[in-house]
Design a binder for this molecule. Structure first.
Ligand SMILES: N[C@@H](CCC(=O)N[C@@H](CS)C(=O)NCC(=O)O)C(=O)O
Length: 225
């Protein structure tokens, strides 16, 4: 049965695209144009009352799943791939999923938002500086945690898993330090290792043609996400 991915090419959307491509599952893409209010469409709200992409509908089971990590867990459970049933491994993967969803995503997302807000002409820097200080500091701490976890192993939990696929897109948001991943050699190696995977390459261009965007991730960094 063909899965229905409700999608826009943002970091949270890419997570699910990567997982679907890695698992080789049949799916069709339904673009929800979040730049044009598609997330408020009542038909989409019936799938995700929270009005955010991504969401996944599985006509085979009747499941309608929202929150990207919940989608990853669903696909891992139902496909039996990249999410070992061994309780010790699975719960460790879950820990990294929550870490991304509650930590790295929101913190680096706030940095990104406040950086853009601070750049707006006429904005008083005092309005954004405290928030930027707080969210940058926490994002840097989280990058330190990730660096430590990857220093001694190629992937976050044993073999390549949905934990890596959940965290990986968010590395792109490392905020404006000018040095990229220079201070994080283990993250940089892991990032390159995963970037080279054919499934990841396919996922990164998913939906870009449909909304008229170039196949250049750096050119699309102003998408909501
Ligand atoms: N925690 C949610 C976050 C979803 C989310 O924030 N999606 C963004 C795009 S990455 C969105 O739909 N934004 C639309 C808006 O801000 O109105 C998840 O991981 O699925």
């Amino acid at each position: 049965m063909t899965l229905q991915l409700h999608y826009f090419p943002t970091l949270n959307g890419q997570k699910v695209a990567i997982v679907l491509e890695e698992m080789g599952l049949p799916y069709e893409v339904h673009i929800v144009d979040i730049m044009a209010g598609g997330q408020d469409d009542p038909a989409f709200r019936a799938i995700n009352p929270n009005g955010r992409i991504p969401a996944l509908v599985d006509p085979g089971t009747g499941a309608a799943v929202f929150e990207s990590a919940a989608i990853l867990q669903y696909l891992g459970r139902t496909s039996g791939q990249f999410y070992p049933a061994d309780e010790a491994i699975r719960t460790r993967i879950d820990s990294w999923l929550f870490w991304q969803m509650a930590g790295l995503g929101p913190m680096s997302g706030q940095v990104n938002w406040f950086v853009r807000a601070a750049e707006k002409p006429g904005r008083d820097p005092a309005e954004t500086s405290l928030a930027l200080h707080r969210f940058r500091k926490e994002t840097a701490r989280l990058f330190g945690v990730l660096e430590g976890a990857l220093a001694a192993s190629d992937y976050l939990v044993g073999d390549y898993s949905i934990a890596d696929m959940c965290v990986w897109p968010w590395i792109e948001k490392y905020p404006d330090n000018g040095g990229g991943l220079a201070g994080y050699p283990a993250i940089a190696r892991w990032h390159t290792r995963i970037l080279q995977r054919p499934a990841v390459q396919r996922a990164l261009v998913l939906g870009l043609d449909a909304i008229g965007l170039p196949h250049d991730p750096t050119a699309n960094s102003n998408l909501k996400g």
